[in-house]
Design a protein around this ligand. Sequence first.
Ligand code: CO
Length: 479
Amino acid sequence: MEFRNSIHSNLFFELGLNRNQKIYSLNNVPVHGKIPDWLNGTFLRNGPGMLNIKNRRLNHWFDAMGALHKFDIRDGKVDYSCRFIECDSYDGVIESGDLKFSEFATDPCKSIFKKVQSYVFPSLPNMTDNPKINVARIGEKWMALGETPMQVEFDPKTLKKIGVSEPVPGAFSYKTTAHPHFDKEHAYNLVVKFGMISYYKIYDVAKPGGKPLASIPIKKPAYIHGFGMTKKYFIITAGPLVVVPIELLFWKRPYIENHKWRPQDGASIWVIEKESGKVKAYFETDPFFCFHHVNAWEEGNEIIMDINAYDDASIIQKYYLRELEQPDVELPFGTIRRFRLNLSTKKADIQIISNACIELPRIDYNRYNTESNYRFTYGVSLNPNERKGFYNSVVKINVQTGENSYWFETGCYPGEPVFYPSPKSKSDQDGVLLSIVLDTKTQNSFLLILDATTMNEIARAGLPEPIVYGFHGDFFPAI
Ligand code: CO
């Protein structure tokens, strides 16, 4: 690569994380196998598209300019296209050739970086608006989602920007998650408001401009990537990766590096009544870190909550590109942990469901979120026989028995597996998984379609280019 001097042999890194996405479209992508005739719709995926800017490489997997990828599947045929996400941060890079806003772990060069543009604490004026993490349909709008509440509405046919949605007034005072929860016509999201007193707040982002449904004051807000929801409750989990908000005012280092791991503080869990916004119960546990909640439901006087957790936040350190470019990088094992939160005794009982490594976990969300009879979660994983390097397999975990099974192919690096049920699906394994796989053998990517029951391949649609390794997506059936 033109930006790198050192020679090393991590082909996955060079193809999947050390480059900028080639933007193109291709009709009738070659398909091997037979795509089920009921699988008609659009698979959209968000993630990094540009990791090299001007004469430097960005620091972290989460820093990139975002790109959307689209696979239109119809009658067994596949069309593909991709596009960078237009926003102030991306426009700034195109205009100036360099970062103009602070990304997750990379700041703009000092010469163009106005450290504090606004003195109205706690505005975060330099923070990126790049919604590069997830996609969602919120009401009638197709949204690209990131961790600032400036979300970009796009046209699902062209992937072009339609506009910016600001569901929370004064969005630059906030951080949010790219993992809203859906419940009938509602779309709930957690936002963190920084200030002398900071707050965790929950909003219905399907109804912009509304009041928060819940508001919890907090001295040292945690880095939070997702939250939980049952039928009656929201669940906020905060590991001790926390920031003293005044550090953000002075902004001496990139955003995430203002956060400190404080295991002595333990982790906090709030269970909040959806209807009243009141805290029903508060729990303190041993420290843990998680990006992703998996599922949660009510059972008698308990709430059962599955999360994809780690002992500490070192996974964020491992996602720096300088770490990932090491061929023998060892990623911390995230596992599914089940929390039984007793609303009477306020005691939390925690158990690891399976020793399988998992990240980017997915379930059959539309039918099984908040349901006690959910049985399966799917994610990317490290094959037990090949634990070094980046995620090299798709794992399926039975959360009732702890059993797991894998899809694995030499030289392949699958992305988040998205579950979509078959038409008469009777369980949360009765359907397909869709995953974008980077194949270092062919140095290209393909769309993989797996039978979620057997974890066997049904079909693949091969592209003539590698896709930068991304984050989250979803399958939207044809209307
Ligand atoms: Co995520």
